[in-house]
Design a protein around this ligand. Sequence first.
Ligand SMILES: Nc1nc2c(ncn2[C@@H]2O[C@H](COP(=O)(O)OP(=O)(O)OP(=O)(O)O)[C@@H](O)[C@H]2O)c(=O)[nH]1
Ligand SMILES: [Mg+2]
Length: 435
Amino acid sequence: MFDFLKKKFSGTVGKVSDKFSDEEGLPEEPTDQKEIESAKGKKAEETSTKEEKISTPSAKTEAITSADTPLESIKESSESSKEEKTSRFSIFRRKSADKDKFPETDKDKSGDNRSPEDIGETSVESGSEEAKSKEKSSESEPGMFGFATHKTISQGDVEDVLFELELSLLEGDVAMEVAEKIIKSVETDLVGRKIKRRSDVAQYTQEALKNAISEILMVEGPDVNVLALEAQRTGEPLKIMFVGINGTGKTTTISKLSDYFVSKGFTPVIAASDTFRAGAIEQITHHAEKLQVKIIKHQKGADPAAVAYDAVEHARAQKKELVFIDTAGRMQTNINLMDEMKKIQRVVKPDLVIFVGDALTGNDVVEQATKFNDAVGLDGIILTKADADAKGGAALSIGYVVQKPILYLGVGQGYKDIIEFKPDWMVEQIFGANT
Ligand SMILES: Nc1nc2c(ncn2[C@@H]2O[C@H](COP(=O)(O)OP(=O)(O)OP(=O)(O)O)[C@@H](O)[C@H]2O)c(=O)[nH]1
Ligand SMILES: [Mg+2]
């Protein structure tokens, strides 16, 4: 489902690693027992500094095998990225710098109590000193006692690869602002990091990409399961209105969710509030009968708000927990139909307004969601046809751009073809070794 993104990100890991593959002086892996122990200790320390779970360096190295050939593209150095470096990753950076200090025992042995800062080991994070230290980044930096050779990742090491990644993301229907955020975040995370062995590069790049994607996908929103349980407890039905343009899958999604919640022991009622399109009432009636779910319907052309109102009254009277309001598809530019949707909202006051969008339409679906959000205020998003979407750009972008979470993904035409969307799941789909 996210093969395109998976391939591009793993390609990026490979390309950044390739930059360091010919470097002399960097060991491939820890060589002696002492170094292995020290690496283990540092790894544990690093893991505790981040909320993100990180897999082992060897797993990360496997992930780079599908790297594709770099394009011959070079981007001019951007000034703005330098400002970013002191932003939200500064705490992480400080910790990262700390862990690069030499082991206590070695200092004691030598009697040299100078801190790494004293001997210029940690780059000075200001002004021209910083710029200089970054420029010479690919040079070998000998450690205090000669055994700990390391290099620092510079902007020059990553900018062409990241520029290429940005282009790929745009090609994969990732929204411009999301692609830019990913690139900035990865650059901020990587530039200035010290590496002691080549395998560090793959690991750090993968971590940086994972951090960026996790942050993009982290959008707070409602939990429909929790709200349904709350409705069961209080006896006041949970009213959900589904909106979107024509043919995105609203009616199908309502059928899928009806089936899902029936299987969980709830009793939904469907409001056939698409009184506009020919055949719409028959279509949803067919699904309701198949699923044995109550449907409230009026004649074609009737007031959709009145249908929704009746469905809510029925649910209240019969102590049913859920009201799913189907609505006619409408273009965000159709003022009359947009006003009709607002009328349903005024009359019924739905607890949740969910936008149903077609993942295949890429950037368009993000634009549509933005318009619907402006018109009625969305609470969540369902992306359909994810089963046929090879790019994944809409899934990556829509929640971040609209600042409403994706709640479910439609993954086929059958009633069971719906999955709850969890950011961690998508991160795993993109970066997991076995997906
Ligand atoms: N492959 C795939 N097809 C889907 C999915 N969801 C819906 N569809 C198909 O998309 C088509 C349109 O679905 P509908 O549910 O009628 O869409 P709608 O939004 O209600 O359309 P209007 O009522 O015209 O606005 C149907 O053929 C569905 O089977 C999905 O997740 N995957
Ligand atoms: Mg429909």
